[in-house]
Design a protein around this ligand. Structure first.
Ligand code: 1CP
Length: 343
């Protein structure tokens, strides 16, 4: 199907655009009253995420309400462990928890490589519905967590500031770590390929916990697995790698077969352009900038667009939009990008 607005895909491929495409990480959910209404109707996050019609509805909301140039499928990175046989629970006000974790070889053996159709069919069904309902208005982004970030949750069992249980395993049992990382990678490749078949026009890999690793550990425990995913997917769709906090690995990430590299707000734009030549960059406004006045937000956007330029650039925040951000401020951010980036 021909897209009416393909700015995101053209920017990702490095083709000429007449203005910069814009969307925000974590745009589906969190900030919109309309999202909270559907979530209430569903009863729980997991029910919402596993009911394709409802997941599709909240995926499209930000396109209608905020005017973003892409939809991102409403799901979570933790559906992959679930698909591998490690279910999670979503605890109100606290976040995800895994009642069982993976710490031993025996735990490892009980995990399967996720079968996308059998184990994650509800996400694929949601993608198909979104694709149909969007009717070519904007591209649809699929996503998954990077293997290292998923490893963190599967071994630690919950969120953490340090992920010290997960990181301990890298020191005490690297062999175990690599077996688990490879199982996650195999599951993720199959899952992302199925997302593409179901309608995803681009896929993003979230390495949300990249920044807790040393540069050397990042090269051993994260990059090689992201590399496999990029190589398996990039012949089908553009791939975006967003490794939060991995300023030290920008050059190596830029050498992967991804089309787009996501930046957080700690990463200097000019320095990043120099380290990652010839690739499209995405980011990188501090989500807290959206707590400012409209005037402040517009000034920050102007500075950001001036620094990145209008080509090979996808405007976004440097991480997910925070839940207490007023939707009007997010709209101000989006409108400002559209206004200041006309070629
Ligand atoms: O917000 C959206 O755009 C909807 C889709 C989406 C995405 C892209 C959700 C729904 N989760 C994610 C990705 C995700 N999930 C990441 C990577 C992006 C990032 O770094 O923000 C991570 C690390 C998670 C794990 C996760 N899921 C957390 C963080 C836990 C921690 O403290 O370490 C939390 C709180 C969740 C729950 C969750 N996921 C999504 C929603 C809407 C929620 C809130 C649950 C609810 O509504 O009760």
């Amino acid at each position: 199907m021909n897209l009416q607005n393909d700015l995101l895909l053209r920017a990702a491929r490095g083709e000429r655009v007449e203005r910069v495409p814009v969307w925000t990480m974590r745009q589906a959910g969190r900030i919109l009253a309309e999202y909270r209404a559907v979530r209430e109707q569903a009863g729980s996050f997991i029910k919402l995420a596993t009911t394709p019609e409802l997941a599709a509805e909240v995926t499209i909301q930000p396109v209608d309400i905020l005017g973003v140039d892409a939809a991102i499928i409403f799901s979570d990175i933790l559906v992959v462990p679930e698909g591998m046989g490690l279910p999670y629970e979503m605890v109100e006000q606290r976040g995800p928890v895994f009642p069982r974790t993976v710490r031993t070889l025996k735990d490892l053996e009980s995990l399967r490589i996720a079968d996308p159709e059998a184990d994650l069919g509800y996400v694929l069904d949601a993608l198909k519905i979104v694709k149909k309902e969007l009717n070519g208005r904007v591209p649809l982004i699929g996503f998954a967590g990077a293997p290292f970030t998923i490893f963190c949750y599967m071994t630690e069992g919950k969120g953490s500031k340090t992920f010290s249980i997960a990181k301990k395993l890298l020191y005490t049992d690297p062999e175990f770590a690599h077996i688990l990382l490879q199982k996650i990678t195999d599951s993720t490749i199959a899952y992302l390929k199925a997302q593409v078949i179901s309608g995803a026009d681009l896929v993003q890999i979230f390495d949300s916990w990249a920044g807790i690793l040393s540069p050397e550990q990042y090269r051993v425990f994260s990059l090689p697995y992201i590399k496999q995913i990029c190589e398996a997917l990039s012949e089908h769709v553009p791939v975006t790698v967003f490794a939060k906090g991995a300023f030290f690995a920008r050059k190596e990430i830029g050498e992967l077969s991804c089309a787009v590299v996501g930046l957080d707000w700690n990463m200097d734009v000019q320095e990043s352009r120099a380290l990652i030549p010839g690739k499209t960059l995405q980011g990188n406004l501090d989500p807290c900038a959206l707590y400012g006045t409209f005037e402040q937000i517009r000034n920050e956007v102007k500075k950001m667009v001036d620094q990145f330029g209008t080509q090979r650039y996808i405007a976004n925040l440097g991480h997910g939009v925070y839940p207490d951000t007023p939707p009007d401020n997010v709209r101000c951010f989006i409108d400002a990008v559209k206004e200041f980036s006309q070629v």
